[in-house]
Design a protein around this ligand. Structure first.
Ligand code: GLN
Length: 411
């Protein structure tokens, strides 16, 4: 008789997160961790102080299930201020335990088993298990890498391929812009193409915009909710993690039309009841930071991006230049490793630098076998230590980087 003391069929259909596994391996080998995307520099002092004050004021019991009033109002206010779209804090905003829960709650709220969900590939690895757990059938559409060695053009999709992936079973499409892992920032024209298909097939756009403020070289983030006819068919997901360097707080949210919000709130309530109450209060303070904060955030990441690109290029990695977010996808074909997993293991064990194997961002077999993802949300000294270690691998000296050090401060 087959034992019942095992995981469910659903749970056996996906593996543990490779990204989180790389962090554990990195800790075990004392490596410089450029795998999981979390900053190793301080979060803004004013936000930390607000959390301390909220705990001291005994805001320590459950917040309203769908989010503390102050935080929901701040989320609605800021979205309207930045993007000109009215958002009703009472009917459209749901605060979740990080954007990870927000995505899962959104998927479970709108997808029935057998529904299809369009996903661009490579994709942030959570979307795979999210689809399985919600019963969705993913339909992958390629984001093509810019051609040529060290190519710096944008990753792109073929509108014909995208159109062919929509059917009357399509319930939703997941759009992650700025994109993890490619660094692509979807242009308005590309979003118009996606929006037209959503309208044609009556599909929902689930927009993961967690890197909204991290865009480079004069680009602007465009929320798909602001495209004509999309406000009432878009679930926008965001959170405190990347914008305020608070990945461990687990505070994220959805903005969605009232009917979808009602479904999301029910799922969210029974999944987690709510995000940490005092941290939600501090989140309201975070969303009140002046515009200069966001400009500095993007400028700091732009500089770190250039530093890591210079270091990786010096050590013979062929890099795709990201337009946003804080990851660099590299092509490792030139290293003649058996595959990305073996190469990542060698780097973490022998060289002392952790990166994420490219295959964890692909479902289509074979893809990603010649790529690695490095993150650069790290202090200069961390990136320079990675440089010293990579020199052991490349046989080159350390990189005499032209990017000046940033004086790190607890602002
Ligand atoms: N988004 C981060 C990454 O891609 C990690 C997120 C997480 O581990 N929850 O590395």
């Amino acid at each position: 008789m087959v034992s019942k003391l095992t995981g469910s069929k659903r749970a056996t259909q996906f593996t543990e997160s490779v990204i989180r596994e790389m962090t554990r391996l990195s800790q075990r080998h004392g490596a410089v961790n450029l795998s999981q995307g979390f900053p190793d520099f301080p979060a803004p002092a004013a936000i930390k102080e607000a959390a301390r004050a909220a705990i001291a004021a005994d805001l320590n019991q459950y917040a309203v299930t769908w989010g503390a009033q102050r935080l929901r109002e701040a989320i609605a206010r800021e979205f309207t201020r930045r993007h000109g779209l009215r958002v009703d804090a009472d009917a459209q905003v749901t605060v979740c335990c990080g954007s990870t829960e927000a995505m899962m709650a959104a998927m479970m709220a709108i997808v029935d088993p057998g529904d299809e969900v369009v996903v661009f590939e490579p994709f942030y690895e959570n979307y795979g298990p999210d689809a399985i757990l919600s019963g969705a059938t993913p339909r992958f559409v390629a984001l093509h890498a810019p051609a040529g060695p060290a190519a710096s053009g944008p990753w792109w999709f073929d509108p014909g391929e995208l159109a062919a992936s929509f059917t009357d079973r399509t319930r939703a499409i997941i759009i992650n812009t700025p994109n993890n892992p490619t660094g692509k920032v979807f242009s308005r024209a590309e979003l118009e193409t996606i929006a037209a298909l959503c309208r044609k097939w009556d599909a929902i756009a689930i927009a993961d915009e967690i890197y909204e403020h991290i865009v480079y070289d004069g680009r602007r983030h465009v929320p798909i909710a602001t495209i004509d006819g999309m406000a009432d068919r878009t679930i926008t997901i965001n959170g405190l993690s990347k914008t305020y360097s608070l990945t461990g707080w687990r505070v994220g949210w959805t903005i969605a039309p009232p009917a979808l919000t009602a479904a999301i709130r029910k799922v969210h309530d029974f999944l987690t009841v709510g995000a940490p109450a005092p941290l939600q209060e501090a989140g309201a303070v975070a969303l009140g930071l002046p515009d200069a904060y966001y400009a500095e955030l993007a400028a700091g990441y732009r500089r770190r991006r250039d530093l890591l690109l210079e270091i990786l290029g010096h050590h013979r990695f062929s890099c795709h230049v990201p337009e946003g977010a804080y990851y660099v996808m590299t092509d490792i074909a030139g290293f003649h490793a058996a595959d990305d997993v073996e190469f990542a293991r060698y780097l973490v064990q022998e060289i002392g630098v952790a990166a994420v194997p490219g295959s964890s961002f692909y479902r289509t077999s074979g893809e990603g076998r010649t790529s690695l993802r490095f993150c650069f949300c790290k202090r200069d000294e961390t990136l320079r230590e990675a440089d010293r270690r990579l020199a052991r691998h490349s046989g080159r000296d350390v990189c005499l980087c032209s990017v000046p050090d940033l004086a790190e401060r607890d602002t």
